[in-house]
Design a binder for this molecule. Sequence first.
Ligand code: GAL
Length: 375
Amino acid sequence: MSKHLNITGCFLFLSFFFQTILSAQNTSIGTKDIVSGEVWKDTDGNVINAHGGGILFNNGKYYWFGEHRPSSGFTTQVGVTCYSSTDLRNWKYEGVALAVSDEVGSDIEKGCIIERPKVIYNQKTGKYVMWFHLELKGRGYGPSRAGVAVSDTPAGPYRFIRSGRVNPGVYPLNMTREEQKLTWNPEDYEWWTPEWREAVNKGMFVKRDLEGDGQMSRDMTLFVDDDGTAYHIYSSEENLTLHIAELSDDYLSHTGKYIRIFPGGHNEAPAIFKKDGTYWMIASGCTGWEPNEARLMTASSILGEWSQLPNPCVGKDAKITFGGQSTYILPLKDGGYMFMADVWRPKSLSDSRYIWLPVRFNGKGIPFIEWVDKW
Ligand code: GAL
């Protein structure tokens, strides 16, 4: 009898032991800590699939939107996923916020590419608005469109409205009259030569696309300023130049007011925040899925002038952004900010990881990011 009890006790102990280990693995984002680079699971125990994303804070809850990435290939098979949390550590799967369409020829037909979705809340309309980078099915990265979708509730489902290039026929605010009058034939220029650089600086690609469908829009983010005005910030001009474009009052279209910053700077993956009246933007260089050195930019007015500062990352692997690429900077309830980046794994994109680190500020108030194992 006592032997039987011992065996039962031993069994109970072992099963408790393994369950504890298993549940610890299930929550490797940590019920207590954020551990960057690990596999992060949602509260159902499934791996979180929300890449190139951003977070909306709404009514006491964080909503994380991101690209659902397949385990092989790179086109979008599912859409934009949403997870919610009250503590940024335990994430509940809310489902597919924007689903790809089964309709042949739809802009968001299954097999298109949806990247870098961001959601903002519009106080005036009470609607949640999602913008994302869209490439039409079977067209590679050529179309370079921005897509917009809307919902009455934060987690969705979102209704796709339209996609397209940005601000056709409109010159950026900071292109001079002289520059606007110039004409170029981009085919005549060899990339990266001094003549080509000068033409890019003066707006060769702006002019080409202004007369066509509008400005190219790839990697992107959104920002809502204190006065409620929202901005769409995207890599344009063949990924060479960032644009900052004002959105309409309902956030569903562009007003035509936009600037280009750092022409030829090759900035991607823009992430922005504002602290004490100063705007800070972190971006990456253009090396596809490979990590590179981040860039820091700042301005006292969102529509410029912007100036560039050195790499904001410090310490080991700072030169490759700790293996990640920026995607979003989240203001935290305690007044701090969280830098969010993706560690891409192109062999199996669904296995790409997340790096979330605190943004710190030096004595001069300039932001920097240092690796922390957990926080
Ligand atoms: C990266 C970009 C990603 C994705 C990828 C495709 O440079 O930041 O969003 O577009 O290229 O190769």
